[in-house]
Design a protein around this ligand. Sequence first.
Ligand SMILES: [Zn+2]
Length: 392
Amino acid sequence: MSKLKLGAMLLLAFMIGGAAVGGVFAAMHSGEEVRVAAQRLEDGRVEVAVQQKQADGSWGERLLPELRFVPAAAPTGSWLVSSAVQTIAPQSAMTGASATAEAVQDDGQQEQPEQDAGAPQGPPPDEMTEIAPGVYHFWGSTYSSLVVISGDDVLISDPSTPLRVPGIKAKIAEVTDNPVNMIVLTHEHYDHAGGTEEFPDATLYVQEQALPVFDLMALAPKPDVDQTFDKFLSIPVGDTVVELHYLGPGDGDATTIIWMPNEGVIHTADMYEPRALTGAAWVDDKNFAGVHKILNELSTWDIKYAINGHSPGNSIDALAENTAYYNDLYDAVINTINETVEANPGNPFAIFGLLGTIRELVQLPQYSDWANYDTAFPAHVWRMFMSIFHGD
Ligand SMILES: [Zn+2]
């Protein structure tokens, strides 16, 4: 049997098995829909991933199990299993939502028995790590929150959803009996701004451009905003201070940089991922020229710990790497625009000719090993092009 046929059989077997496991689990536990994605690699292996259907009906970013490669020489008639991945259930199904897919060991040596496949696991436990005195990085359900506990004050960022709030409250209760009395948001998107209603006595601070967006929200409860700011707001929190900076649109209109100057702690969301391109489904509301500007400005700040919206741990390296990525993308797109303008002197509409070609003209193969490059990079090129030349 040729490697191609063998691989195709394995792939088919995997897709059926994985889809069945995911589907059964989803039906039993949450109603969330997942599907299995797979791609053949040049060396003959097949790489597998899981995607989850989003609230808008699109398919989310591919979740990559650590063990996810079907070896080219895998035996026939034998199920292989991947390591588990956690899916995110944004609203009703968030608690306990998990899907596992069958896949494989990448060395072909250590197959796991079939009965291991698809054993549901709960989401990773919430973590709250002290990153500076009284300053914590809360990580739960793949969302980050800043938690500051100082004096009688307790400030949090981005509750995200009511389903995530009990975990935040439980972790805070391990440190203080004081209630959350201040909430700040990284931006207006519902999956970060949700859950504020669980803290009716807390003061909610947001950048003012979130308000007209909140007015249009048809589904999630509208956050009950107490105080807005334009460019800058400094909030005393016990013995320290939390600053809110608006540097322009980034992800959404009300992109806010949360900054603790005394501690060198920064918190942003949805502007970069570690070694991954933001999935194509999530870039439509992202001003790429704005993200380029913001990341470059942040690169001059003396940051010791960077909380990213969807990354555990200190993402300061990812911040630096993504600044380089956005610089390369910006330069590549604007150089292509300038070449077109210079080749068509006196024709201000020549740039329109790039509408159908810009996605193919710009490539950055040095980032092709970043997750989502193949699927998301054309969308990144498009959004950078539109942000530069069209202003959004
Ligand atoms: Zn967002």
